[in-house]
Design a binder for this molecule. Structure first.
Ligand SMILES: Nc1nc(=O)c2c([nH]1)NC[C@@H]1CN(c3ccc(C(=O)N[C@@H](CCC(=O)O)C(=O)O)cc3)C=[N+]21
Length: 299
């Protein structure tokens, strides 16, 4: 049976480091790390994430502001808010919650965020730095960064000689994940909906990162014995066995059956999700250190 990778516990360690670093910066320079979260519209799931980000930020001793804007907000108004936050010296990290309403161009808004405050790591300057291997200079997207920390715990920081597959090619998870694995010397395959034989490609992999958003897609017979599985998916599916109208969270991996073959696996919930929030706090404290002209801690 696979070892369960406890993302909640590792995230708590990261948060502890952030808290201490935040305290040190405050004492030595008087700078308090500040984060702004912007949410447009009333999507209840989004509200939950935003609330938990705010809670973690305060736990880290950050100055934390939330801007909740109506669904009808114009693109121009949102761009103006981002501009104001770019110019606000008390703010070191800006997160604009995605997805945005369809009348707003997401890319335009993300590229408006100052790269120095882009703690999501979505700006082309940051993705570009990651791609060319300037990892210490870049803000790396939080989910891949957190996934990589979990992989390091299991397999170490040098993945030479290991095959990795990333299933999913999104700009915010799949592509940056592939860059991080490559920088750690893994031999990387990026699989997606047009890959001819995804199960066969997956069976070659010592490390599997599933980030497609399809509930329990990765099955037991896709998994090489002993492989490390990182399940990025967070899918809410009906759970009639729990009562009428009830739901439960599952990943992109069929957890029970894959656990019988894998060497280590992340659960959902309690795996990658808490790491994502922890890395957002880590990026924010790093940004505040840079703004204060100090050498930031490493994560
Ligand atoms: N600009 C932007 N940046 C984001 O990072 C971003 C975003 N937009 N839009 C929405 C998604 C979603 N997201 C999650 C983070 C943590 C959990 C998390 O901690 N989940 C818990 C479970 C939570 C539950 O029980 O519902 C877990 O996996 O253990 C989930 C989802 C960040 N996102």
């Amino acid at each position: 049976m696979a070892t369960v990778i406890d993302g909640k516990a590792v995230a708590a360690e990261v948060i502890e480091t952030v808290k201490n670093a935040s305290q040190t910066l405050q004492t030595e320079t008087g700078v308090t790390p500040g984060i702004a979260v912007v949410i447009v519209g009333e999507d209840p799931a989004s509200q939950v994430y935003v609330a938990s980000k705010g809670r973690k930020a305060r736990e880290c001793g950050f100055h934390s502001v939330e801007h909740t804007l109506p669904e009808s907000t114009s693109e121009a108004d949102l761009l103006r808010l981002v501009e104001d936050l770019n110019n606000d010296p008390s703010i070191h990290g800006i997160l604009v919650q995605l997805p945005l309403p369809s009348h707003i161009d997401e890319s335009l808004v993300i590229q408006k965020i100052s790269p120095e405050k882009d703690v999501d790591g979505f700006h082309v300057i940051n993705t570009g730095k990651l791609t060319v291997g300037d990892i210490d200079e870049a803000f790396v997207s939080c989910t891949p960064a957190g996934s990589m920390l979990l992989i390091e715990r299991v397999r170490g920081g040098d993945l030479s000689g290991l095959n990795a597959i990333v299933i999913g090619r999104s700009n915010i998870v799949g592509k940056p994940m592939a860059s991080l694995l490559l920088a750690a010397n893994a031999t990387v395959t990026v699989g997606h909906s047009r890959t001819p034989d995804l199960p066969a490609a997956c069976r070659n992999a010592d490390i599997v990162v599933a980030a497609v958003g399809r509930p329990e897609m990765v099955k037991k017979d896709w998994i090489k014995p002993g492989a490390t599985i990182i399940d990025v998916g967070i899918n809410r599916i009906p759970a009639p066995e729990r009562g009428e109208g009830k739901t439960r969270l599952v990943g992109d991996v069929a957890y029970e059956e894959c656990s019988e073959v894998a060497g280590a696996i992340t659960p959902v919930p309690g795996g990658v999700g808490p790491m994502t929030i922890a890395m957002l706090m880590a990026n924010t404290v790093v940004s505040a250190y840079r703004a204060a002209g100090r050498t930031p801690p490493k994560f």
